[in-house]
Design a protein around this ligand. Structure first.
Ligand SMILES: NC(=O)c1ccc[n+]([C@@H]2O[C@H](COP(=O)([O-])OP(=O)(O)OC[C@H]3O[C@@H](n4cnc5c(N)ncnc54)[C@H](OP(=O)(O)O)[C@@H]3O)[C@@H](O)[C@H]2O)c1
Length: 226
């Protein structure tokens, strides 16, 4: 065990990289996973390869971290997948595409929560233990037929986060479904603000109390109930 670090699953150029920068600037080591990962390991940075369409790779990724640095204190699940279907036919996707998206959006998330909780038992009491799932408004907005698998995924993901709070909140573990919104409550669409996410995620990591798990937040304002 070599000190506290954050593990970001699905660390792309936008939210993942900004969250990584924010935590690095505040003394955390950074571990990331992506399909193209597996690049350098340094004192402060570790990249592992994981294709989350196969949920069994989550345990392998956590094992790789465990064997190198120990268990992550903060875990961010940022990956998402969507095959777009027809706007007027929610059931136009092949079963294979449906399953693939649900593996990334739900099954690998489930596995990541399991692995996080398993690892937190090995960490010192003083370390924060926080899991954040990057969500959106689809868990409450109703179905959008063209992006059914994203909506099913985020809705199930929110349910998993709620279940995790109810299962492990009493252990001091904290879980969030983070959903950035515009000030009027509308969805931010395809342009989430990466810096706003980084700021919100750092605040959630630092707060020893569980805030509302369905963490709807607005850029420069923070948590906002809609
Ligand atoms: N609040 C909102 O309304 C809102 C709006 C837009 C997006 N979002 C959410 O924000 C998150 C991502 O946004 P972003 O801007 O950070 O995008 P991003 O920079 O593209 O990061 C997403 C990452 O997910 C990874 N990923 C996708 N499929 C994967 C797979 N099968 N296995 C492993 N990794 C996979 C990709 O990594 P590789 O390609 O390198 O594997 C990608 O880097 C998603 O959860 C999305 O739903 C929320």
């Amino acid at each position: 065990m070599t000190g506290k670090f954050i593990f970001i699953l699905g660390a792309g150029p936008n939210i993942g990289q900004h969250v990584a920068k924010k935590f690095a600037a505040n003394g955390y080591k950074i571990a990331v996973s992506s399909r193209s990962g597996g690049s350098p390991v340094s004192e402060e940075y570790l990249s592992v390869k994981a294709d989350l369409t196969d949920p069994t790779t989550v345990a392998s990724a956590f094992k790789q971290l465990r064997d190198t640095w120990g268990d992550p204190s903060i875990v961010v699940y940022n990956a998402a997948a969507v095959h777009f279907g027809h706007a007027d036919d929610a059931f136009s996707l092949s079963l294979g595409n449906f399953q693939e998206d649900l593996s990334v959006n739900v099954s690998s998330l489930y596995a990541a929560i399991q692995e996080s909780v398993k690892g937190w038992k090995n960490l010192p009491e003083a370390f924060p233990k926080v899991f954040i799932y990057t969500g959106n408004m689809l868990n409450v907005s109703g179905a959008r037929p063209a992006m059914l698998t994203l909506g099913v995924g985020k809705t199930a993901g929110a349910h998993l986060i709620d279940g995790a709070v109810k299962s492990y909140g009493s252990h001091g573990y904290r879980f969030y479904y983070a959903d950035e919104r515009n000030p009027n409550g509308s969805p931010v669409g395809s342009s989430p603000d990466a810096k706003a996410h980084a700021e919100a995620y750092f605040q959630l990591a630092e707060d020893p109390e569980q805030r509302p798990w369905d963490y709807t937040f607005v850029k420069f304002k923070g948590f906002t109930k809609f």
